[in-house]
Design a protein around this ligand. Sequence first.
Ligand SMILES: Cc1cc2nc3c(=O)[nH]c(=O)nc-3n(C[C@H](O)[C@H](O)[C@H](O)COP(=O)(O)OP(=O)(O)OC[C@H]3O[C@@H](n4cnc5c(N)ncnc54)[C@H](O)[C@@H]3O)c2cc1C
Length: 421
Amino acid sequence: MSTAAGALKRIIAPALPLMLGLSGVLWALPHGLPLWRSVSIVSAWLGTGLLVGSLLLMVRVPRLAALLGGLDVQYRWHHRSGTVAYALLLLHPLALAVDGWAQSPQLAWQALAPWLLSWPLWLGWAALLLLMVGLGATFSVDLPYRRWRALHYLLGIGVLCGLLHVWALLGEPGALWPFMLLAGLAMSWRLFGVDLGIAAHAYRVRSVIRPAARMIEAVLEPCGARMKPVPGQFVFAAFGDGPNFHGCGEFHPFTVSAVGADGSLAVGIKALGPCSQHVQALESGVLVRLQGPFGTFLSGWSAGAQLWIAGGIGITPFLAALRRDRCAYPVALIYLYRSAQDAAYVDELKAIAEADPLLALYDVCGGGLPDFVALFGKVSDLRERNVQLCGPVPLIDAAREALGRHGVPADSIHFERFDFR
Ligand SMILES: Cc1cc2nc3c(=O)[nH]c(=O)nc-3n(C[C@H](O)[C@H](O)[C@H](O)COP(=O)(O)OP(=O)(O)OC[C@H]3O[C@@H](n4cnc5c(N)ncnc54)[C@H](O)[C@@H]3O)c2cc1C
C-alpha cells in the first residue's frame, strides 16, 4: 500500500465520528443565546455525534476494518471518540448550571440536581451515569474480561437513554433521526451479527494436534462459503459442540497458523483463561463459527530483508507465512519461549530453515526478557531490516526499545499485540 493511501486510511476512523459531531452542531448552531447556553448546546450535539460515531467504530466487519486500517485502529478510535464524547456530554449540564448561575444560584443548582427535574432530564442523567460506569470499566485493565465486556455494554444503554433524552426535550426527532438510525444499526449489527454470530462462516474441526504443553492446533475446514485469510491475519472463532465436547460459544481472536489450498485453515490456541483452557479438550467434528479475516500484520513482509521476533504463541503468524511460501528475502526469525515444554513447532521451523537458505532461525529457551544485545549481534544489517514483532506486550515494548537503541527507525518496526481492550 502506498504511503499516501496508508495516510488516507488512517484519517477515516477519526474523521467519521468528527463529521457526525460537526453535522449535529451545524444543525443546532445556536444564535443570539447567552455564551454558556450556547456552549451547552454545542457540547451536547458534538458529544452525541461523537458517541454515535464511536458506536459505528465498534462494528466488526472485515471490509470496514480493512477500510479503516485494521481492527486495532478502529477500536482505538472507538475508545478515543467515546471518551471525548463523554467529556463533552458532561460539560452540557455543567454549562447549563453556569448559565443559570448568572440569574441565581438556585437556578444553577436546579440544573444539576436530577431529583428536582422532569423525566426527560432524568434520562439525560441516567445516560451520563451509565456512560461513566461503562467508560470506567473500559479503563480497568485488571477486570476479568467477561465482567469488563458486560460493563462495556452499559455504554450502549447509555447512548439509548441519551438519544431518548434529546428526543423528549425536542418533542420530535428532528436532526436526531439519522443518529438514532445509525446507533440502532450499529448496536443491532454488533449484537446479532457479531456477538451472536449470525453472519459467521461455518467450519468444522478436521484434526487437532498438541504442539506443546497447554496448547492445541486445530485444522478447520469450511462447511460452505470459505474465508480467504492470508498469513498474518486473525479470525474470531466460536467453538460449538461435538460428540464429547461442549464449546463455550464465545468468539475469541486467534491468528491463523496455516492457510490450506483447499480452503482449510489452522489456529494454534494456548491455554490462558477459561475459554482457551476449555478448548484444549477440542476434538475432530466440532462445529466452529468464524468471523473475519482481520488484520494487516505481515502485509508488507516481502518488501526487503526482515527481522521477525516471536514470543511464545506469537509464532503463529510467522509460521503461517513460512508454511505457505519460501522466503522471498532474507529473514532472521528470533523465536523466544519459556521452557522446553513450550517449544511449539521448533522442529518444524528447524526443518523449514534447513530447506530454505534465506531463513535464519534463532530459537531461545528461557523465561524473562532475552539479552537483546547478544541476539541482535547475530543479525546482519539490522538497521536495514523491516522488523515484525508478535508476542506478549512486555516483550514487544522491550524489543522496540532495544531496536531503537540499535538505531532501527521506528517506522521499520511493526507489531501485533494479542490484546484488544
Ligand atoms: C489479534 C489477536 C490475535 C490472537 N491470536 C492468538 C493465537 O493465535 N493464539 C492464542 O492462543 N491466542 C491468541 N490471542 C489471544 C486470545 O484471543 C486470548 O488468549 C483468548 O481470547 C483468551 O480468552 P480466555 O477466555 O481463555 O481468557 P480470558 O481470561 O477471558 O482472557 C484473557 C485476555 O484475552 C483477551 N481476550 C479474551 N477474550 C477476548 C475477545 N473475545 N476478544 C478480544 N480479546 C479477548 C483479553 O485481553 C483478556 O484479558 C490473540 C489475541 C488477539 C487480540
